[in-house]
Design a protein around this ligand. Sequence first.
Ligand SMILES: C[S@@+](CC[C@H](N)C(=O)[O-])C[C@H]1O[C@@H](n2cnc3c(N)ncnc32)[C@H](O)[C@@H]1O
Length: 225
Amino acid sequence: MKNLFSLKIKSFVLGRGRITSSQRNAIENHGDKWIIKLQKPANVESFFKKRANVTLEIGFGMGDTLINSAVENPTDNFIGIEVYKSGIGRVLNKIEELGIKNIRLIEGDAVEINKNIFVDNSFKNIHLFFPDPWPKKKHHKRRIIQKSFVDSIANNLMISGCFHCATDNENYAEQMLTALTDCKHLTNLADGFSKRPADRVVSKFEKRALDSNRKIFNLSFIKEM
Ligand SMILES: C[S@@+](CC[C@H](N)C(=O)[O-])C[C@H]1O[C@@H](n2cnc3c(N)ncnc32)[C@H](O)[C@@H]1O
């Protein structure tokens, strides 16, 4: 009998990208210390020694924004979710190199984890920067931003918590704006698209878009009562 889980449409393709030996070693040697073994329900505060607001970054890729946010905001805690082993290995190396204490990683599908694992009202911020755009119309169903995903984001944000996302794909940006505006628990902090947050470092994907003169669309929504 087929495993029904594997038939679900995914927002990612596994096995993409090459993992270096240094990244593989980082997972073997440091994974147990920084990668969370999830149990349901997951109380995110319990993952850290120091109690603080927690920011979740979904699909952190090579981890540029996650690492920078954690270093620049040492009194906050950060959780990154990624399916890409190479990115997980890179962030583990940076955590060890820079002595970062306020990041924990989750290896897995952020769609399932957001829907099923986190306790409601857990996060001060949720970040989703340059999610895979799936530009062909027949692949739009693979985009991570869908109504049910937005509902799970709204559940997992605390009251006054914010969801920030960005894309360089105009069609996806419009879809994001519609899906987020339609969520009754979220309110747009701007009139349409927002300004680029000054404190976000330029990630690999944002740099690629800027180098190709593509416009970047930023969105920021707040959870209200
Ligand atoms: C285009 S990359 C952007 C990476 C990074 N945010 C940046 O700005 O450079 C999208 C990332 O999202 C990850 N991703 C896609 N769907 C995911 C999911 N359901 N759960 C976790 N990670 C996912 C991919 O593996 C990939 O690393």
